[in-house]
Design a protein around this ligand. Sequence first.
Ligand code: ASP
Length: 632
Amino acid sequence: MRTGFTHQFMLMRENEAKKEDHSNTTDHLELRAETCPIYLNIINVYRTNTCGELRIENVGQNVTLAGWVQRTRKMGGMTFVDLRDRYGITQLVFNEEKNADLCAQANKLGREYVIQVTGEVNERYSKNANIPTGDIEIIVSKLVVLNASQTPPFTIEENTDGGDDLRMKYRYLDLRRSNVRANLELRHKFCLAVRHFLDSKGFLEIETPVLVGSTPEGARDFVVPSRMNPGQFYALPQSPQTLKQLLMVAGMDRYFQIVKCFRDEDLRADRQPEFTQIDCEMSFVQQDDIINVFEEMTKHLFKELRGVDLGDTPFLRLSWKEAMRRFGSDKPDMRFGMEFVELKDIFTGKADFAVFNDAAYIGGICAEGCAVYTRKQVDELTNFVKSQQVGAKGLVYARIQEDGSVKSSVDKFYSQEVLQEMKEAFNAKPGDLILILSGEDANKTRKQLCELRLLMGERLGLRDKNKFALLWVVDFPMFEWSDEEGRLMAMHHPFTSPKPCDIEKLDSDPASVLADAYDMVCNGVEVGGGSIRIHDAVLQAKIFKVLGFTPEKAQEQFGFLMNAFKYGAPPHGGLAYGLDRFVSLFAGLDSIRDCIAFPKNNSGRDVMLDAPGFVDQTQLDELHLVIKHPEA
Ligand code: ASP
């Protein structure tokens, strides 16, 4: 029924089109090529131009446009309609005096109706400098309603009145908003630029499977039951890590893939259960070779897509240890200073203050000009560091007075002399506020101080979204201790190569072994990370041993990789960028969701599709699955 109707409708439109005069067709095309960033180069039944295309040069032309009704305004005898499509907005004019019937039809148009109009391009009396088509309007002579629309649940404009949940439920309407659509356009251009760049460097884009085996290391897997192999499961890849290494064994030399990855983790603003990586791998390379290629690519992307010139100088490189010491983070936000100053030597044993005397770490930051903070503001900071999110026990503060003296919350313990020594360590000036944390676990305290530094950076307006500070964090530890697992875990992943000079310490002191691993960091966000890989079966087996695998278990889980290494594996390494994060950084977004067409919410649900959902008993039977608590 529906198909029949559509067919009939198309025929009708085609006949109408045949009747239309297209004598100025070529003019249109030439004009569009010259003046418009996007032109479709198609003149069909529905339109001769897009809604973002017409300019003052087109005045006098007869055009046909199709799109959505954004707004209708009735002013005296005139009705104005903003017609929108992906390319822009064009104003339509209906004049009651000239054509009362047509104007009456226009007055009946609701928001988001899909219409087609034909008319003459006219120079506007009152121009709108805010939109590219603002110099012109269309004096409509013909109107066809292609489809009606219910009133949308929120306004489809840049500043919408729709809340998050509603917008997600009707994401297809949300995507009509120009700012959301612009994020997807940027994402498209980003991927295109990546593909061109990597292609020019000899990388091949190769697809790897989405149904793979479950691996025990890393995050939790999403699993998929296999109907043909009862009781067995595929896993969705957390990354194509081992597969891209096998492509290197296969001699592909340079691989990349813009690829979906899946991790069943708790979600945050910058995490989605499925996300996209720009995954890359290269053969016959050392760390510097990889850093050079991807630094060049990153500079290229910034220039092409943001118009930001990151200069010729190489990105800063910080060792993991230094990053932790100076900023308490392996992804420091380098848009601003406020580096940590360690105060243990200054305070320990100088007074009867157990909090400092018993601390493994005492460190602080200096917030310029913040001595004016009121008691209430300082209390807010104290509450912040004591919150569950940060977890510190308390905050010590010191104001530098106009006369240079120090007034602090620990005045009753420390002499002015000690406090002056502290002031010197920060190089603090009158008007500055020093904020100090201490704790028994040095790394934990540094991380807490990092949170405070980021908050102060935010408050002082130092985290400008249009400023980009990129660096590499290198020399990561190979392993980190996991209290939960009660064993060492690979800090990057188990395929990462230890630094050759540290291999001999794998047995005696594995915790001190450093890895050939590197992260690219931008504005406090890890945008990419990778490593030089192990390409030797014996060394790989050794790493699994340090990680607590029995030889049998290692063989069972990763035999395919270690066996491949026995057939001439080249030295290789690579990295992966988080595409969603990178694009949202480029677009200055707070959440990666805004650059994903159909994202999941914080509980991992797609509220538009209402997924995940239950499946039929027949499906469960076919999969040999029994749900233990169907009512739960
Ligand atoms: N596969 C790694 C990841 O997903 C990246 C890499 O080492 O290339 O983090």
